[in-house]
Ligand binder design. Sequence first.
Ligand SMILES: *[C@@H]1O[C@H](CO)[C@@H](O)[C@H](O)[C@H]1NC(C)=O
Ligand SMILES: *[C@@H]1O[C@H](CO)[C@@H](O)[C@H](O)[C@H]1NC(C)=O
Length: 381
Amino acid sequence: MFATIPVNISTYLFLDRAPNSAKLSSKSMIWGLFFLTLTTVVFRAEVALLLAPLCLQLLYKKQISFLSLVKVGLVSGLFSLALTLVVDSYFWNAYPLWPEFSGIYFNVVEGKSAEWGTSPPLTYVTSYLPKLLLGAFPLSALGFVADKRIRSLLIPFMAFIALISNLGHKEWRFIVYVVPPFNIAAARGARWMVSYRKNSLLGRVLFLIASGIIVANVIITALFTTASVGNYPGGQALSEFHRIYSANETTPPPCLHISNLAAQTGASLFLQLNSPPYYFSSSADVPRQPWTYNKTENLPPDVLSSSTSPFAHLISETSPTAVHSNQWQVVASVNGFDRFVVDWELLKGGKGGLLSRPWTLLRLEESEKLWILERKGLRSK
Ligand SMILES: *[C@@H]1O[C@H](CO)[C@@H](O)[C@H](O)[C@H]1NC(C)=O
Ligand SMILES: *[C@@H]1O[C@H](CO)[C@@H](O)[C@H](O)[C@H]1NC(C)=O
């Protein structure tokens, strides 16, 4: 996600010019190329797949000569490489270290990225792009058809999606850079749709459709956000755990096992407040003895519950009845998002119900996902 910032800056630099002028200042272009190269070398190597089509486009449009392009590329590349070597080697305490190169070597050359799972070739176009863009997806297609300038803006980004689709492993964040330019295209599409509203009935219909798409976008975004908020039971559980137990309350201090689901849904190192490093605590909050947070995977309930196990507390994804309930008592449970359900009764019940409370038409369904468990008899000791 950090890489979106420099990529976005360079997108801006490639677009920035006098109104209605096709000419790009060479200063903007050089800085734009610099930021993309920096991103490729330091943050996300796959941005090379955007940089290459963009360079070809610049050469084709004769906006830069081949020699100058090579010069800019070499200077930016070597500068970025020196930067990542110095900074990353220092912080990882290993010399020489070029993290992006190691990442590419592991994921692409050795082909290990496929081990994270693979998706069909068209996944970006059929699934991730529509989800990222929502209503802007059809509007951007319209913008593409309506305006030559939009075509020239989008082509390198579309080439990027086509190229990165060759990689088996796909994630929406790999193509997040395309969202700002596609939004520009969508704005152009929407502009086209609303521009005939005074001329004809069809123009007014187009205007209504464009407005409808924007309203639908807002509603869907609100629903997706609500679902996302409910998708971090692990983070909620760990915060809840710190609310229930204060830093020095139990002796010995809590030894907590965090289940896989919890670790994947927000129970991150940042929330492990009572063990070092203590970045955000005032000295009064620092426990006398640090707590133990353990995320070892695949420990069966037998092992967690056994009398030799060090754990006095669990954030468990196994329901309390399945985890030796004679050993553990439930301190709290945390819900997580399941699905949205349509309330058909409300629809069948005639207009009255629907009009008086339309927001109840879609109901958010949650269920218990995680349980905070405490070993029985702990308090009496
Ligand atoms: C990209 O930059 C523009 C300004 O140049 C800003 O308005 C926009 O929010 C940025 N978008 C992202 C995703 O960073
Ligand atoms: C976590 O607990 C397991 C089981 O007791 C133990 O084998 C492992 O070493 C612990 N991990 C850490 C990092 O303390």
